[in-house]
Every structure is written in structure tokens, then in C-alpha cells.
Design a protein around this ligand. Structure first.
Ligand code: GLN
Length: 484
């Protein structure tokens, strides 16, 4: 029995049946971390002792025959942009080195109620800006399927940890693809929920109108379980929706006859690698065989999502990141006066990509350019949202590749920001429209995993999970794990 390969729902059953203890499970995961972390570098911080004591407490509760939530005792990794009381939170940025939040993000609070075991904080692109985790201010993470390749980003550490067996499940955040892309690159499941489905309270802000927190898991059932745990309204985040949270596991029936699925032709156009097209074509074949009706459709404005995103996200980031000035927390580099101190702190603390975004955003928001860039981008965003609305009048959901290519080599795109930005070409519009996007493993390009993305109308995560579940049962991809 390899505890480091099993999904959370199976481990949960073993825990409840007392076939394995939470401490054994936690120790198994940390042994795995000891064995492979040098190669993968998924974590920025490990919480070994804390995890062991959380596990012991779960074991005590189990021994006392307490009724425990489904994820109790399951080792879970957290992206390092979520605040956790007493645990350093850096967003993989030197500017936040040493910052220890005095409070829990709502998602962390809810996971504590679930009694999960927190393994540690995972590596990411600095402030979640990037697609490969190479923008981490500390070190890059490797893809467990091929250590010379990137795990995707920005939640690369979370996805790599789950794929490598260094955590059973993980939490990521997604602003333009940061959960879905690394999930696809690492052969795991990743969900960006509808904007407002999950509270952002305690998530360090990148672009507030786009940021969402979501699950990264080994299979679809785990994704449903984790979404159950974190979704729902939170009075501390006014953008969280008061919408009721269904039990997402109830959607998991392998029956999709008559489901109407659209393939936006813009997502199978030039620039999509042949291997990715092949995987998508096979997925379509399989879904059709299962009774779904798959047809081509169009999202006419989706080709503008990259420029729109790279005006809106940096604009919001330039404002959100103004708070890192060396005064209250994080890095402070002294200077002769306060302005010099700001300058020195920010020059030394932020990495190149973060500075590029701040400059882009500041420019787009400046007087004289605001209408031409920022306002225009907002209008384009509305057109993109309407494209999705129109498509969803005809289709239950849309299907696309998650990424135009399989995972690329470490270093391959670091000197070409545009090439890097293009990695998100299939995920950006979903974020701009605020709709849910679910990436699931669908096949391989040689030894490298390839993911596909299911996109639905707002608050249809249940339906997406249902189709993903049916597909997963039929395709049986998740059984394969990387050998390290
Ligand atoms: N790669 C995109 C960016 O760099 C999206 C990142 C994200 O979703 N956080 O902005």
C-alpha cells in the first residue's frame, strides 16, 4: 500500500477504518519529502513538527470515536500566498521574507475545521506572477515527470507536491491560469472556481478582480471534497458570493448522456502543439462515445484576452503592491530619507517580473493613458464575458486544452516574457469572464502529461466535476504517477 500515491478520499476511508493512523500517513508523506524534495523543490517551508502534532490530535479524536470531517488527517500543502497564523508567508518574494501573519486566511480557517494536516508552504512565482515557478524569488521548482522541465505556474509548488507524493492535496490560487496550468503540467486535477465562490480573505492580493483560490488534487473526487471544504460566503470578503454551497460529491455520477459540450475553435487554432491537439481529439472521441454531444463553437473576442489581461492584471497589481514599502513588514533597506528607503527596499525586494508588472500597470493607469489602455481593456473584458454568455446559451460547458504545449524546459522562456505569457492563452479568458475552469489530466505527450480544461457558466462547478469524473473513470489516466 503506497500511502503517497492514494487520493485523499481513499486515505480518509483508511483513517476512519483505523487501518492506518494519521501519524503514519503524515510520516509517510514526510519520508517521501525527504526522499525527493531535493530534486523537486516544491516547498518553501515545511511544517513537520506541527503536522505531526495535528496528526496525533486527529488520531486521538479517532480513538475517541469522534465524528470527523472527510479530510481530517489528510496531509495538505498550501501555496505561500495564503496567510496562516504564525507561519512565514512570503509569496516567494524577498520583499516579504520574514513576514509572519497574525491571522488565518478564511480558507485556512476552514481547512483547520476540517482537521487537515498542513505539510508546509509551497513555492510559486513571485506574487503569483508567472507560468513556470521560475519567477520565485528563491529557487525554481522542477516538474516531477521530468526534472529538466517546469511544473507550470504560478502554483507550481502545490501541483508538483501533489504529483510527487509530497502532499496528498494542495491549495493554489489562480488569476489567469495559475491553478489550471500547473495541474495540467503535473498531471493532476486543478479547479479555478467561479469568481466569488471561495473567499479571498487572507490571500495576498495580485489582481483582486481575478484572483481565486482553488483545489489541486490527485483525482476529481478529491477536488469535490476540497471544494466542499473551502467554498462559501464570507462576510470578510465582500466579493464572495452568498450563493449556497451544494455537496459537490453528489454530482459525481459517471453519466453524461446528452450533455452539450462546445469546443471554441479559437482554442484549437495555430499555436496549439500537435500532441495537445491529439489528446484533445481523443478526449472528444471518448466523451462522444459516452453520449455527450460535442460541437465546434466560437468565442470571437477571446483572441484579445492576452492584451486585456496584461493591462488589467498589472494595473491592479501595481496598486495592490504599493503597500510593500518597508515600513510595517517584510524587507526594509534603510536610506537617508523615507523616499530613498522606499526606493531601495522596492528595488532590492522585488524581482524583475514583478517590477515589469508594476511599470506596465502604472503606465496603463496614468493620466492620459487610462482611457486608451485600462478602460479599453475593461470594455474588451465585457465583450469576452458576453462571448461566454452566448456560448452557454447553446452549450452546458466548453472544452479546450489547458495549455497550448506540454511542459517546457526550465530556462526555455525566461528571457522572453511574451512567449511565457502565451502559455496562458487557453486560461486567461476564463479568468476575465469570472467563470469556473477545471483542468483534468487527459493523456500524455511522450512521458509528459497533458491536461484539458472544462469551462462552465458561473457556479456550475458541480456539472464540470460530473463530466470530469465520468471522463476520469473512463480514461483511467490518474492511475499513472511520475517515477522519481
Ligand atoms: N501566468 C499568468 C500571470 O503571470 C497568470 C498567473 C496567475 O494566475 N496567478 O499573470
Amino acid at each position: 500500500m503506497d500511502l503517497c500515491r492514494m487520493p485523499a478520499h481513499e486515505l480518509g476511508r483508511l483513517l476512519r477504518e483505523r487501518k492506518v493512523s494519521a501519524l503514519e500517513l503524515t510520516d509517510a508523506v514526510f519520508s517521501r519529502i525527504d526522499a525527493v524534495e531535493d530534486k523537486v523543490k516544491a516547498y518553501l517551508l515545511l511544517l513537520r513538527e506541527e503536522a505531526r502534532s495535528q496528526a496525533r490530535a486527529v488520531d486521538a479524536a479517532l480513538a475517541a470515536k469522534e465524528e470527523l470531517p472527510p479530510l481530517a488527517g489528510v496531509p495538505l500543502a498550501v501555496k505561500d500566498n495564503l496567510c496562516m497564523t504564525g507561519v512565514e508567508t512570503t509569496c516567494a518574494s524577498k520583499i516579504l521574507k520574514g513576514f509572519v501573519p497574525p491571522y488565518d486566511a478564511t480558507v485556512i480557517e476552514r481547512l483547520k475545521e476540517q482537521r487537515v494536516v498542513f505539510t508546509g508552504k509551497t513555492n510559486m512565482d513571485e506574487f503569483a506572477m508567472g507560468s513556470s515557478t521560475e519567477n520565485s524569488g528563491f529557487y525554481p521548482t522542477a516538474n516531477p515527470w521530468d526534472l529538466k522541465r517546469v511544473p507550470g505556474g504560478s502554483s507550481g509548488g502545490s501541483a508538483a507536491a501533489v504529483a510527487a507524493g509530497e502532499a496528498v492535496t494542495a491549495i493554489g490560487s489562480d488569476t489567469g491560469g495559475s491553478i489550471r496550468l500547473p495541474a495540467a503540467f503535473c498531471g493532476v486535477v486543478g479547479l479555478k472556481p467561479t469568481y466569488g465562490r471561495v473567499s479571498r480573505y487572507g490571500l495576498v492580493a495580485f489582481a483582486s478582480s481575478l484572483d481565486q483560490i482553488g483545489p489541486i488534487t490527485r483525482d476529481v473526487r478529491d477536488c469535490a471534497l476540497l471544494l466542499n471544504a473551502i467554498a462559501g460566503h464570507d462576510p470578510r470578503d465582500s466579493t464572495s458570493a452568498p450563493q449556497e454551497v451544494p455537496d459537490y460529491t453528489e454530482f459525481l455520477v459517471p453519466e453524461i448522456k446528452g450533455f452539450r459540450i462546445g469546443i471554441p475553435k479559437e482554442y484549437v487554432a495555430e499555436g496549439i502543439a500537435p500532441a495537445v491537439r491529439d489528446v484533445l481529439a481523443e478526449a472528444v472521441h471518448l466523451l462522444t462515445r459516452m453520449g455527450a454531444v460535442v460541437e465546434e463553437t466560437s468565442l470571437p473576442h477571446v483572441s484579445y484576452s492576452l492584451p486585456a489581461y496584461y493591462l488589467i492584471a498589472p494595473a491592479e497589481a501595481s496598486s495592490n503592491l504599493a503597500r510593500y514599502d518597508g515600513v510595517r513588514y517584510g524587507l526594509r533597506v534603510e536610506g537617508e530619507d523615507v523616499v530613498t528607503m522606499y526606493k531601495k527596499t522596492r528595488s532590492r525586494g522585488f524581482g524583475a517580473e514583478v517590477k515589469r508588472r508594476i511599470m506596465l500597470g502604472t503606465y496603463a493607469l496614468s493620466a492620459g493613458y487610462y482611457d486608451a489602455y485600462y478602460l479599453k481593456a475593461l470594455k474588451v473584458r465585457t465583450l469576452i464575458r458576453r462571448d461566454f454568455d452566448a456560448a452557454f446559451e447553446r452549450f452546458d460547458m466548453l472544452l479546450s486544452p489547458t495549455s497550448p504545449t506540454p511542459p517546457f524546459r526550465i530556462g526555455e522562456k525566461v528571457d522572453d516574457p511574451l512567449a511565457m505569457y502565451l502559455t496562458d492563452i487557453c486560461t486567461l479568458a476564463v479568468s476575465l469572464a469570472g467563470v469556473p475552469g477545471l483542468s483534468i489530466p487527459a493523456g500524455f505527450a511522450g512521458h509528459l502529461p497533458v491536461g484539458i480544461q472544462l469551462i462552465g457558466p458561473p457556479f456550475t462547478e458541480g456539472k464540470l466535476l460530473r463530466v470530469a469524473y465520468a471522463f476520469e473513470q473512463e480514461a483511467g489516466i490518474t492511475a499513472k504517477r511520475p517515477v522519481l
